[in-house]
Ligand binder design. Structure first.
Ligand code: SAM
Length: 336
């Protein structure tokens, strides 16, 4: 098959899959074999998202994404993208993830700029294979806390250590955050905040909370508990919450593993005490990043429908939406 026929190399932004040498060293191979054979699907979702970022490297600068994703996840996402391109699909696999990543990147920077203090904290709940502490310059004065299951954080730390020690990577790779602390905790339990504080999190310090790709894995009670704990912090100090929410249709698809949903997070969060809430959908001006040109793609079609509509009037398919939400609050705000 020629390069043109395989539909990949005809467009320079999509390159053939090139796996970095580091993936083939003994340590890294062993770690990824543990991930593939011993982690549950919830934990492996961390590698899937990293694979998405690695394959969308023409728009996302994440030098660790290939290493953290591993060969199996990279190949799976690569094949999906290849198939979409061969079929001239309107939406290429991973585009939601790419936009979501870029939206969180830009919102983290905006939130930190909105604080008058230079020093702040950024807490990533369900951090998975997120490498922002190594790739975002805006974190230079921030203490970053990554919360996830102990197995995930330990394997991640060892993979990053391997990259730091590798001669190929070490010139390029350095931490961009002021500090990084990994906190092993299950956010379904009621001791995660205590574990965060024992690790150095200061409740009185301005904080950006990042809940990216995590909240819908929780039950309704667990998700509300987490959101309330974060909302309560705004009575002490300026607090920003960044989170993505699925609507009900997204969680009720057959074989969905998602539980929590909110059709109206822009009503839910003010009811918990946040004063400013901004909701965006994929394709909106602040959630576009030049990747949503086709007016007929799924996301642009959804945006033109009222949010209360649950099934698409053209074909009766469920309106599956992902809401990107920024909410903030501070001690001196007027109570809604
Ligand atoms: C889809 S991944 C998203 C990872 C990361 N936020 C990103 O966007 O790349 C979900 C992550 O949440 C973590 N996670 C899920 N449930 C959790 C819980 N109850 N406590 C802590 N971490 C959890 C998983 O281990 C996984 O790393």
């Amino acid at each position: 098959m020629s390069e043109h026929e395989n539909g990949f190399s005809d467009n320079p932004q999509w390159q053939e899959l090139k796996l970095p040498q580091l993936l083939f060293t003994d340590t890294v191979r062993e770690l990824h074999s543990t991930i593939d054979n011993e982690w549950n699907s919830l934990q492996r979702s961390a590698c899937q998202t990293a694979a998405g970022r690695a394959l969308w490297k023409h728009v996302i600068n994440d030098p660790l994404a290939d290493l953290l994703a591993g060969e199996a996840h990279l190949k799976t996402v690569y094949e999906k993208i290849k198939k979409d391109r061969l079929n001239n699909a309107r939406e290429i696999s991973g585009v939601i993830l790419a936009i979501r990543t870029l939206w969180f990147d830009s919102q983290i920077e905006a939130a930190l700029n909105s604080f008058n203090d230079k020093e702040a904290q950024v807490v990533l709940l369900g951090a998975g294979m997120d490498a922002r502490a190594y790739r975002l310059g805006c974190l230079k004065d921030s203490d970053v806390f990554e919360v996830d299951f102990p197995e995930v954080l330990q394997v991640k730390a060892t993979l990053i250590q391997a990259a730091m020690e590798s001669r190929d990577e070490q010139q390029h790779l350095k931490m961009t955050a002021k500090s990084l602390t990994r906190v092993a905790a299950d956010i379904r339990e009621n001791d995660w905040l205590e574990k965060l504080q024992i690790s150095g999190f200061k409740p009185e310090k301005k904080t950006v909370w990042v809940l990216e790709g995590i909240i819908y894995y929780l039950s309704h009670t667990q998700a509300m508990q987490v959101l309330k704990i974060i909302a309560d912090k705004r009575t002490l100090v300026h607090t920003v919450l960044l989170a993505d929410f699925m609507n009900k249709s997204s969680t009720t698809l057959s074989n969905s593993t998602f539980i929590f949903y909110s059709d109206w997070p822009d009503h839910l969060l003010p009811s918990l005490g946040f004063s400013h809430v901004k909701l965006s959908q994929i394709g909106d001006p602040d959630a576009h990043f030049g990747l949503m040109h086709d007016p007929l793609n799924l996301f642009n079609k959804l945006r033109s429908l009222p949010r209360s509509i649950q099934t698409h009037p053209d074909d009766g398919t469920p309106c599956c939406r992902l809401y990107l939400v920024q909410a903030s609050g501070s001690p001196n705000q007027t109570i809604p």
